[in-house]
Each structure stands twice: as C-alpha cells, then as structure tokens.
Write a protein that binds this ligand. Structure first.
Ligand code: SAM
Length: 351
C-alpha cells in the first residue's frame, strides 16, 4: 500500500490528505530511502544537479510579534537587539556580490523602524544603482498590501513568508499576536502583485500531528508558491516552548521529499535549522529533493544575536568561510553550485 502511494506521488504529483497522513504515520526507514531517491529524481527532472545559493542578510532582530517558538520574539528581554543601517546592509551586498551571490535575501524580525520609504530607497539603490542583475528577496513579515506593492515597484523580486503551520488553531496558539487568515491573505496578495513567493512550515511543533503536516502539504498544493522553506522546530530556552521536544531530522527530511513530489517545480532550501540539528542535515536534504542553500552574510559582529533558536550554526564564521564551506558540502554530495539568480521553474516558464 505505501509503495503504491509513493509511486502515485512520484508519477502523478498528487496525494489526498488521508493518503499523506497514512504515509506519515506508517512509513518505514526503508521506504524513507525510496521516497528520498524519488524526490531527488524529481528535483533533477526540473533543476538538474544545480544548487542555487542566496546570500542571507539578517538585518534586524527587533520584532513586534511574539511567536511562542522564536528567540527574537518581542517578549524576550534577554536578547541583545541590533539594527543594521542601510549603509551597513549595502556593505553586506557589496561583499556578497564579490563572493558571487546573485540573490540577496534581506531578512528581519517585524521591525517597523524600517519604513516603506527606507526599504524602497534601499532596494532601489541595490537593484537599480549597483546590481541590476541580482534578485532581491525580502523576508520582513506582515505589512500592508500598499507597502508590498511599493517595494515590488522599487525592485524587490521575491518574498519569503512561511505560513508556519496551515492549521489555524495551532497557528493561533503559537502566534498570539497574529491570525492565520491574515497570513494567508498576505501570501495571496504577494502572489497577485507578482512576487516570486516563498511559503513554508516547521516540523515537530508542540501538538502538531501527522494530519496537521498533511494539511501543510495540501495548503501548499493549493497556494503553489515558488519556494518552500521547511525546517525542524528547535526549542529556544528563552521562549515559552523552551522545554518542548523539537522536530527530528527524519521527519523533516520526509516532509522535504514529499514536498518535492507534490509541488515538483518549487525551489526548496536545505535550511540552516536542519544543519543545526545534524552536521550533515543540509546535505541529506539536498539528497532528498532540496535545491537551494542560503549562506549567511550577516556581519559576524551581530550574527549570534539573530538567534531564532539556540546553537545556530555559522555564528563565528565570516561570509567567505560560509561561501566555500557550502560549496564543498554541495560538491561532496555530487551536486553543482549555480551562482545565477536561480528563479523558480514556474517563474521562468511563465516569462
Ligand atoms: N519576520 C519574518 C517572518 O515572519 O516571515 C522573517 C523572520 S522569521 C524569524 C524567520 C523564520 O524563522 C520563521 O518563519 C520561522 O519558521 C523560523 N523560526 C523561528 N523560530 C524558530 C525555531 N525556534 N525553530 C525553528 N525555526 C524557527
């Protein structure tokens, strides 16, 4: 039965919620390996052996939201806060460009100090003045439709905003200051504006069931985003979920691989959280269908303060260390670095 379901997912890219739930509840270690190899083949059919790199700039750890799992939540008074100035962010882009990156991901907590005008001017400077060939990805959380529109007009190409979990009740328990319907509305608005959109979720959240994870995949099949970030939940001791169990490597890899089979043309990063959970977590994700890596180019002076969870890897590394470490890791699993913009298959085929 499970073999038939894996074959069905591979051949048709479709499974029902009940079928996904059944697979997640019963999959054996041997079947997991079959799933990973089918996901790798599917990835290769769309993207070959290429792995795209994105230079990640974590430009502020100040956040107005209070997500129960997150180390930079507003209520965490122990974290030392920082903001990079537009000039400092530009300096990161210069360094990233030198290292060969052609996508910059500007990520932060929800920090309204960076107004629409400031962000527009910054995007305009990076994109129009210095580096017209790069793609700019924003990951700054929830803003108004008008702001999303104006940042797009200024030159932003992509927007990452994980839906975190597609189960509204669980979402609202974990995000006391937020509503799932608003998250969904933001993702829909971003798609309507014309961004390449990234959604995604955490695996192993407290109270999350196999049926909840199946719901994430159904949600993604309907939304059909360009990118899908999947990482294990990792507890942070300075949060209300500090003593909960985190997500496992195996469960996260299974979700990466199933996502590849069900939304086959998406870009899927091998996440830093997976690399934190296991020394070879990102390599294993690449072999289970992931095709993007996001080396950090945040200045080393503030890196450790962007502590969404504890023991995050690469805290002391310099951007050039990350660049070459990542390249070695990609080559070690027989894949190739691609330093192009790395647009999604869906975006390219629409263009
Ligand atoms: N504020 C933006 C947003 O809401 O999209 C981007 C920054 S947010 C901190 C980046 C991602 O970190 C979240 O989407 C969440 O999935 C992940 N994250 C936060 N805390 C985490 C934890 N304890 N374990 C694993 N991932 C975590």
């Amino acid at each position: 039965m499970r073999h038939t379901l894996l074959e069905k997912a591979y051949k048709t890219n479709e499974l029902t919620k009940a079928e996904i739930t059944f697979l997640l509840e019963t999959i054996t270690p041997e079947e997991r390996e079959i799933l990973y190899s089918k996901a790798l083949k599917t990835k290769q059919a769309y993207y070959g052996n290429k792995v795209y790199l994105r230079g990640l700039i974590e430009f502020s750890n100040i956040c107005r939201q209070d997500c129960l799992y997150c180390g930079i939540r507003a209520s965490n008074t122990k974290v030392k806060r920082y903001r990079l100035t537009p000039g400092e962010i530009l300096a990161c882009c210069d360094q990233g460009y030198e290292l060969g990156y052609r996508t910059f991901v500007l990520q932060s907590g929800e920090d309204l100090w960076y107004t629409e005008e400031m962000l527009s001017a910054l995007i305009h400077q990076i994109k129009r003045r210095y580096y017209p060939e790069v793609a700019i990805t924003l990951s700054i959380g929830e803003r108004s439709a008008e702001t999303y529109q104006s940042l797009f007009v200024s030159g932003a190409d992509r927007f990452l905003m994980r839906h975190e979990t597609a189960v509204p009740k669980l979402y609202e328990t974990l995000h006391p200051t937020m509503r799932f319907e608003n998250r969904r509305a933001c993702l829909n608005t971003l798609q309507e504006i014309g961004y390449q959109v990234g959604a995604g979720f955490m695996v192993g959240l407290p109270g999350q069931t196999p049926a909840d994870l199946a719901e994430d995949l159904c949600f993604l099949q309907e939304l059909h985003p360009d990118m899908i970030g999947i990482g294990p939940f990792i507890p942070h001791s300075q949060t209300p979920l500090g003593s909960e169990k985190g997500g496992t490597l195996e469960d996260t890899l299974v979700m990466v691989a199933l996502t590849r089979l069900l939304i086959p043309d998406s870009l899927i990063p091998a996440t830093t959280a997976l690399g934190t959970l296991h020394p070879l977590g990102r390599e294993l994700a690449l072999k289970a269908g992931a095709n993007v890596l996001m080396p950090i180019i945040t200045p080393t002076s503030v890196r450790k303060q962007y502590a969404l969870y504890e023991n995050k890897i690469c805290g002391d590394d310099h951007p050039e260390d990350c660049r070459y470490c990542i390249e070695r890791r990609i080559q070690a699993v027989g894949l190739e670095v691609d330093l192009g913009r790395g647009d999604s298959w869906r975006f390219i085929s629409k263009a």
